[in-house]
Design a protein around this ligand. Structure first.
Ligand code: GTP
Length: 408
């Protein structure tokens, strides 16, 4: 686990209203909200919107990032205090122990008055996280269960990609099934077809009859609708949810050596823990999925960036589970471009006023299914103008995109 540089700032004199009660009785549990949803569904966007609301004041956000270099902590607006990043690795597998120690550490520092007396914790999981182990971690931990009360699992489902994602990824099904609230995002996009949306809602209602379904674009995802849900209740959920949580208990009893499909690959063969491997050190996701990051100090022209992304999308759109990045453009490298791709949908890029941190290199995170890292990196290098032996250049690729091969 990495505590990011903008980790919790000390609060020397907490306001009276924030002071931790020093009564003899048990402290009231702190509400803990889990925000989940498949890759690119809109978790960070929802979180950013919620964090602007007064109901979310004094909230600590724990962000779990996936891939070698996470970017979310740069893109969540609450970037100065109240944020802890659980970097690289998936919360549901490799860094569960880190979540426990982070939650314990937050309590310790809160109780000692070394940080603000936060009133809520929000965990944003990676898009590939199975929420069952995360829930289990808090619900069945002898101390955490006393100090934190799960105040709901909010699952974001993308109106455009949601159906196909449920078809292809069991993680997405689990995320929807354990939710207390399902927020459908992106209904405002022209690609969001009304009939498909109605079918998606029916499917979600069948998967999780107890969860209310809210439409983000219609302003329904308000703090009033999403917070104060109360203790996590598995009785309203389909029977599978109970089974999943029980499976997690079984894993705990057996050294967490479960039978899921391991073999998740992180690019360049890095391990997920900055050099040390845990006993259980692989993410339990489909072996066909891989995550990696490309970085480059050399700015790219907007034209070539467009061509790169267009080519990638046209040739392998459905396999681009997630592309996000911050890119230095040749015409104006001081104002980086943030790009977001989710399968075949690329959202309008955003130009930032400034770089969010001291690293001014382009950084692109890819989470791909059935697509080789080398294909993407060669394509990127070609458009960047990095010469490589035996690799076509940008002009050759634009004329014949198939010259790079690609899918597996
Ligand atoms: N039009 C529209 N765009 C949205 C909506 N919600 C999210 N987006 C866009 O979708 C893209 C991905 O959103 P994020 O909030 O980063 O998604 P995420 O789930 O946090 O992504 P990961 O953390 O990578 O899994 C961004 O470009 C958002 O601006 C929505 O309701 N409408």
């Amino acid at each position: 686990m990495t505590l990011s540089p903008m980790t919790l700032s000390p609060m020397p004199q907490p306001e009276e209203s924030h002071r931790v009660a020093r009564s003899k009785g048990p402290l009231p549990p702190i509400p803990l909200t889990i925000v989940t949803g498949f890759l690119g569904a809109g978790k960070t966007s929802l979180l950013n919107a919620l964090l602007r609301e007064p109901e979310l004041a004094d909230t600590v956000v724990i962000i779990n990032e996936f891939g070698e270099i996470g970017l979310d902590h740069l893109l969540v607006e609450k970037a100065d205090e109240g944020m802890v990043t659980l970097a690289s690795g998936c919360l549901c597998c490799t860094i569960r122990g880190d979540l426990i120690s982070t939650l314990e550490d937050l309590l310790r520092r809160r109780d000692n008055g070394r940080i603000m007396a936060f009133r809520r914790v929000v965990i944003e999981t990676t898009g590939l996280a199975d929420p069952a182990p995360v829930l289990h971690t808090v619900l069945y931990h002898p101390y955490l269960a006393k100090r934190y009360a799960i105040d709901g699992v909010i699952t974001i489902v993308d109106a455009v990609n949601g159906g196909a994602t449920l078809d292809a990824h069991i993680e997405a099904v689990k995320q929807a099934a354990v939710a207390d609230r399902i927020v459908i995002s992106k209904t405002d996009l022209p690609e969001a077809d009304a009939a498909d949306l109605a079918a998606l809602k029916r499917r979600l209602a069948a998967l999780n009859p107890a969860a209310s379904i809210l439409d983000a674009a219609r302003g329904e995802a308000t703090p009033a609708a999403l917070l104060g849900i109360g203790l996590y209740d598995i009785d309203g959920k389909i029977a599978d949810v109970r089974a999943w949580l029980q499976a997690e208990a079984f894993d705990d009893d057996h050294g967490h050596d479960h039978g899921h499909d391991h073999g998740h690959h992180h690019g360049h063969g890095h391990d997920d823990h900055g050099g040390h491997r845990h006993h259980h050190d692989v993410n339990r996701h489909d072996a066909r999925i891989r995550a990696f990051c490309l970085t480059s100090p050399r700015p790219i022209s907007s034209h070539n960036l467009d061509l790169f992304l267009d080519l990638l999308r046209a040739s392998h759109g459905p396999n681009l589970l997630r592309v996000k990045g911050i890119v230095a453009l040749a015409d104006d490298p001081d104002h980086p471009m943030v790009i977001h791709g989710v399968q075949h949908v690329f959202h309008p890029p955003i130009r930032l006023e400034r770089w969010p941190d001291g690293d001014h290199r382009s950084r692109l995170v890819f989470i791909l299914r059935d697509l080789d890292e080398s294909f993407v990196s060669r394509l990127w290098n070609a458009f960047l103008g990095e010469p490589a032996i035996d690799a076509p250049d940008a002009a050759a690729l634009t004329a014949n995109p198939l010259s790079l091969g690609g899918g597996r």
